[in-house]
Design a protein around this ligand. Structure first.
Ligand code: NAG
Ligand code: NAG
Ligand code: NAG
Length: 342
């Protein structure tokens, strides 16, 4: 039967194609749930801690894109936690054609302008604490925010991130005002030291990622963790004040706090920011870097943080990304209050 064979073959062929298509569909569906769809469009500034190669699409799609993925190993215990993101949302460029000049002007104006006024910013006004507070570390003690009430009720908690040898006046004053103070400093001698009733030192440095366990095992003295991890391990739900003076690691740490929603557990932020170079693991050309800094701070604003104090350090080199043209200082201290925080 010469006519029947091609017929049978045709049917088998069609069946084959159909099952192949089905398989492909299945495979695609599985992969889709694992991968962020638009990986190649990641911005120049890598959010995942790796340098990401620059692609064409970046300038044309100014950061309105939001790549999300569902984490498999989500941390438990935090109610209402949203899905984590790969990277922050980049703001549009400050000008139609990217230029360092416009980016710098926008950024410097932003960090020099308070968004909310705060009347009581130092601790010397508190009863029983006559020590003069050293500016620029300012917290907001206005009655409408919870910090002053939590200080009075001795419920306050301060986390301070530093890298040794800076002065501890702020921490000591906060401790004397009744705040539980945890100072994280990798340079101290033992793992935990208690100094006075309310002041603890921990030999830990806060990073934007957890360390590779293989490396951590070899280097006994380098104990590096993400802030969210430390909070979990200490069993702390909230931090009233987070102070950070971490020599340019603040950008990636801040990014990590935003991406993992840890920032929502913090009442006030007091950060020293450094702008004489891009900062650890921040990459891209100068305008890209400044746009990234600006976008990070706008993310804070989106989460209802308001800048109430800004301090330009005139004692440090006056430069932005190694340039003196902008009359900027390499170092600013910025204080925000989380207006959503209770
Ligand atoms: C910097 O990089 C961005 C992104 O690749 C690009 O669009 C922009 O033109 C560059 N800016 C300058 C001033 O070279
Ligand atoms: C503390 O704040 C008050 C106003 O609230 C101000 O008059 C005083 O000079 C400040 N003290 C220090 C040491 O900054
Ligand atoms: C540079 O900054 C200082 C301090 O903020 C300010 O007093 C000065 O007027 C500025 N100079 C120029 C040329 O803008």
């Amino acid at each position: 039967m010469p006519k029947e064979r091609p017929l049978w073959r045709g049917a088998a062929f069609r069946l084959c194609v159909l099952s192949a298509a089905l398989l492909l569909c299945l495979q695609l569906a599985v992969r889709r749930s694992w991968c962020p769809e638009e990986r190649p469009r990641l911005p120049a500034v890598a959010a995942s801690g790796r340098a990401v190669p620059q692609t064409r699409g970046t300038a044309a799609a100014p950061g309105r894109r939001r790549v999300t993925y569902v984490r498999s190993g989500r941390r438990g215990g935090r109610p209402g936690r949203k899905t984590a993101r790969w990277h922050i949302e980049l703001q549009p460029w400050a000008s139609p054609t990217p230029s360092l000049n416009y980016e710098a002007l926008r950024f410097l104006k932003y960090i020099s302008t308070s968004q909310i006024s705060c009347e009581h910013m130092n601790l010397s006004s508190l009863r029983g604490n006559s020590e003069a507070m050293k500016r620029p570390w300012s917290v907001c003690l206005d009655e409408r925010f919870s910090l002053i009430h939590r200080l009075r009720n001795k419920q306050c908690r301060l986390y301070s991130l530093g890298l040794g040898n800076d002065d501890n006046q702020f921490e000591i004053s906060m401790a004397n005002s009744g705040c539980e103070v945890h100072r994280f400093d990798p340079s101290i001698k033992s793992a935990h030291i208690q100094e006075g009733q309310h002041l603890w030192y921990h030999r830990l440095s806060v990073d934007w990622r957890d360390p590779n366990p293989a490396i951590a095992a070899h280097k006994l003295h380098s104990n590096t963790k993400k802030l969210g991890t430390i909070l979990n391990e200490f069993g702390h739900q909230k931090i009233d004040v987070l102070k950070a003076d971490v020599e340019s690691a603040e950008w990636k740490i801040l990014e990590n706090l935003i991406l993992e929603d840890v920032v929502e557990q913090i009442g006030q932020l007091v950060f020293e920011v450094h702008i004489h170079w891009p900062g650890f693991e921040v990459s891209g050309n100068d305008s890209t870097v400044v746009r990234y800094w600006y976008s990070l701070l706008r993310e804070l604003e989106l989460k209802d943080f308001r800048l109430f104090h800004t301090y330009k350090d005139l004692s440090k080199p006056q430069m932005l990304l190694k340039k003196e043209a902008f009359n900027a200082s390499s170092c600013y201290t910025l204080s925000w209050v989380n207006t959503r925080w209770k």
